[in-house]
Write a protein that binds this ligand. Structure first.
Ligand code: HAM
Length: 417
């Protein structure tokens, strides 16, 4: 027996109904905010991510699903941002539309150690707004993420925001951190001792307890590294959130696992998720467009993890049940039933039947399982009289309806159901 690859799972119909509702709600919110859909290939050039995410990031170092071909090394995309920037530039959107507000929904791949809420194939609902440096854009994407969560009835989530500053500030922040951590390095885990030189930001979100203790004693302050412009930008973002009563917490140690971020970063967490508590995250990436060959132009975005979203959402999708289940008794009735089945479908009335020549009782059970509103029975008696016996599955009442005007009659009953 074959099994799905480790950390990847099948999404069965019952779960998929909930997924589709999540996607539907998200799409409605995206269009309210003026975002348009985009879809990019699942496979991208490996170098695109090495260049965008940073060689020292966990994703690039350990988690890429690489596909080697003679012509090129590809990988299954680990995230959407770099791919959207590539598409924005390749399709000249920087020149034609300039500012583009895009959203995407689809699978991402990271070879991580699977655990609750952490998969190797997972799904993002994400947005990227490219071509603006305005702090209003940072505010808009945060409000958009929060709105999606609210529409999906996610309660009790925490929004954490921070500013990493511009490139110069980031450089300054890494010097400040190295300086502050210099005497404390023996209390850091082995990985963080490595990170001190290679990627000191990562020390800030290490899950190891002794590293957490060191970090909490650092007494970092925005004045240590944020320039005046970046402080103003951050203040503006916070003001906008305040003006709409969006609750947030400023967490100066919030860094992201991807190198492209600058200025505003944010994360939305939910305590019920355990160790993998981030439902979504994002921020500004003002240098990525240029880094990938485009103009110097600001951008911001976020992605929500659909699997984690479903774990915390209290949204109850309205189940859509079948209108009619057809039960037939005998060969001739089956033939007639099959014609009626397809007439119903052609008239936009959802219908199904069992093809297995089972007993009335067994077909009734199927009708019950399908949760159909009505059950249409055709047997020898009905054939002779050219009628259909229609059973209302809610109150159990039965009536005979002439086959000739069955569609019309059932439509009336469905409308007043
Ligand atoms: P990220 O934080 O790597 O950001 O992923 C965003 C969300 O995807 C996480 O908060 C989490 O909910 C979900 N997620 C990540 N990894 C996994 C996993 N292995 N299993 C299940 N869920 C997972 C990004 O990818 C950025 N591209 C977001 C962004 C867009 N920034 C700017 N624009």
């Amino acid at each position: 027996m074959f099994k799905a690859p480790i950390g990847m799972k099948d999404i069965l119909p019952e779960e998929l109904f909930a997924w589709q509702e999540v996607e539907k709600q998200a799409r409605i919110t995206f269009s309210l905010f003026g975002y348009s859909p985009i879809s990019t290939p699942i496979l991208e050039n490996l170098k695109l991510f090495n260049r965008s995410l940073g060689n020292e990031t966990e994703i690039v170092k350990k988690q890429m699903f690489v596909v080697k071909r003679e012509d090129e090394d590809y990988c299954l995309r680990p995230e959407g941002t770099a791919a959207i920037v590539r598409a924005y530039l390749e399709n000249n959107l920087d020149k034609t539309t300039g500012f583009a507000k895009l959203y995407y929904i689809g699978p991402m791949f990271r070879a991580e150690r699977p655990q609750k809420g952490r998969l190797r194939q997972f799904h993002h609902i994400g947005v990227e707004a490219l071509g603006s440096n305005s702090p209003y854009l940072d505010s808009e994407i945060i409000i958009l993420a929060v709105s999606i969560l609210k529409n999906l009835k996610v309660e009790g989530f925490q929004l954490k925001i921070n500013s990493l500053g511009c490139l110069k500030d980031k450089e300054k922040l890494s010097l400040v951190l190295r300086e502050k951590l210099k005497d404390k390095s023996r209390n850091l885990c082995e990985d963080c001792q490595e990170r001190l030189n290679r990627n000191v930001f990562r020390v800030l979100d290490c899950k190891n307890n002794s590293c957490k203790e060191v970090v909490s004693g650092l007494n970092l302050a925005y004045n240590d590294y944020l320039c005046k412009d970046c402080q103003e930008h951050f203040e503006n973002v916070k003001e906008n959130l305040n003006s709409l009563n969006i609750s947030y917490e400023c967490v100066i140690t919030l860094v992201r696992g991807l190198d492209y971020y600058s200025r505003t970063v944010f994360e939305i967490t939910h305590s019920s998720l355990g160790a993998q508590d981030a439902i979504g995250a994002g921020g500004r990436y003002d240098h990525l467009i240029h880094e990938l060959g485009g103009p110097e132009s600001g951008a911001a975005g976020f992605a929500l993890g659909v699997e984690r979203l479903l774990l915390v959402s209290k949204y109850q999708p309205v189940a859509s049940f079948l209108d009619t289940f057809i039960i037939t008794l005998g060969k001739e009735a089956k033939k007639n039933g099959f014609v009626l089945l397809n007439n119903l479908r052609a008239n936009a009335i959802s219908a199904d039947m069992d093809f297995e020549d089972k007993s009335l009782k067994s077909q009734m059970r199927k009708a019950n399982d399908s949760k159909a509103k009505f059950c249409a029975i055709i047997g020898e008696y009905e054939l002779k009289k050219q009628v259909v016996t229609l059973k209302n599955m809610q109150d159990g009442k039965q009536e005979e309806i002439p086959l000739a005007n069955f569609i019309e009659e059932i439509k009336k009953r469905i409308n007043s159901y």
